[in-house]
Ligand binder design. Structure first.
Ligand SMILES: [Zn+2]
Length: 259
C-alpha cells in the first residue's frame, strides 16, 4: 500500500449512477472522513437501465438520481452534478468535453477520478460499456490540456490544472488504497441503488475488494497519472500579468513591513 495521500478536493466523473459505488466509493468515503471535499459528476441519469415496465425513462431517471444522491451522502459527498445525457448514447464529443471543462473549472478539483479510456475488451466475458469508454475519453481530454488552457473556453472561467488523475476499473493498476475502514460504507452506498443492485451483487463487490487487496485487506485499485507532482506546490500554467503584479505587490509590502 502506498503512503496515505489525502487531497483537499476531488471530483469523480462517471457515466451512470452506481459506477462510483462499484468503483472508488471506499476511497472517497475514506478521503471525505479526513476532510477532502468531493464532487460527483454523473453524465447520464441511467434512464434506460431497467426491465421493469412500471418505469418510464423520466421516472427511472428521477429514481436513479435519488439513489445516487443517497449513495453519495453515505460516503460524505453532498455535491452531485447530473449532466443528463441519454443513457446508452454517450459519445466523446467536443460538447461533452466542454461540459466537463465547465465542471472542472467550477469545482477546481486537485484530483479527478476517471473511468479507463483504454478499457475496451476488459476480460473474456465483458465488453466495456460504450458510455464508460466515451465518458472516460471525454474526461481525460477535458483535463489535459483543455481545462488548464486560458485561451480555451474563456467564458467558462479561469483555467484550472488538475494535479492527478485516478483511473478506476483499470487493467493496469499501480496504486492500491486500503479501504478496511470504509468497505461497509461502500456496501451501504451500493445498497442505495435499489433499482439496480441486489444483496448478491453487494457481496460480489466485497469479494472484488478483497481480491484487489490480495486477500489481506479490502482495497481499491487505481492507475494514477500525475500531472503535477505532490512535492510541487504550484505549477504556473500561465504567468498572467495580474498574478505577477500581485506577487510583486506582496513582496513590496513585506519589504515595507520589515523596514
Ligand atoms: Zn455504468
Amino acid at each position: 500500500m502506498s503512503k496515505e495521500f489525502i487531497p483537499s478536493s476531488a471530483m469523480v466523473i462517471v457515466a451512470h449512477p452506481d459506477d462510483i459505488e462499484f468503483g472508488c466509493a471506499g476511497t472517497i468515503a475514506k478521503w471525505t472522513s479526513r476532510g477532502t471535499h468531493v464532487t460527483y459528476v454523473i453524465v447520464t441519469s441511467g434512464n434506460i437501465g431497467t426491465h421493469d415496465p412500471a418505469f418510464t425513462s423520466d421516472s427511472l431517471a428521477e429514481q436513479r438520481e435519488k439513489e445516487q444522491r443517497a449513495a453519495a451522502a453515505v460516503c460524505g459527498v453532498h455535491d452531485v452534478e447530473f449532466l443528463r445525457h441519454n443513457d446508452g448514447e454517450v459519445m466523446p464529443t467536443l460538447e461533452l468535453r466542454k461540459e466537463l471543462v465547465r465542471m472542472i473549472r467550477k469545482h477546481k478539483p486537485e484530483v479527478v477520478f476517471s473511468m479507463d479510456p483504454t478499457a475496451f475488451l476488459s476480460s473474456s466475458d465483458y465488453i466495456n460499456h460504450p458510455d464508460h469508454r466515451a465518458v472516460a475519453v471525454a474526461t481525460v481530454d477535458a483535463i489535459a490540456p483543455v481545462a488548464s488552457m486560458p485561451l480555451m473556453y474563456p467564458e467558462l472561467g479561469a483555467p484550472h490544472t488538475v494535479r492527478e488523475v485516478w483511473i478506476q476499473w483499470t487493467e493496469r493498476p499501480d496504486t492500491w488504497v486500503d479501504v478496511s475502514e470504509t468497505i461497509d460504507r461502500k456496501a451501504d452506498a451500493l445498497r442505495q441503488h435499489r433499482s439496480q443492485v441486489s444483496e448478491e451483487t453487494v457481496q460480489m463487490v466485497r469479494r472484488w475488494a478483497l481480491d484487489a487487496g490480495k486477500g489481506l485487506v479490502p482495497a481499491e485499485a487505481f492507475r494514477v497519472i500525475t500531472l503535477v507532482s505532490r512535492e510541487q506546490k504550484e505549477k504556473p500554467v500561465v504567468d498572467t500579468t495580474a498574478e505577477q503584479e500581485l506577487v510583486q505587490r506582496e513582496k513590496a509590502s513585506e519589504t515595507t513591513a520589515r523596514t
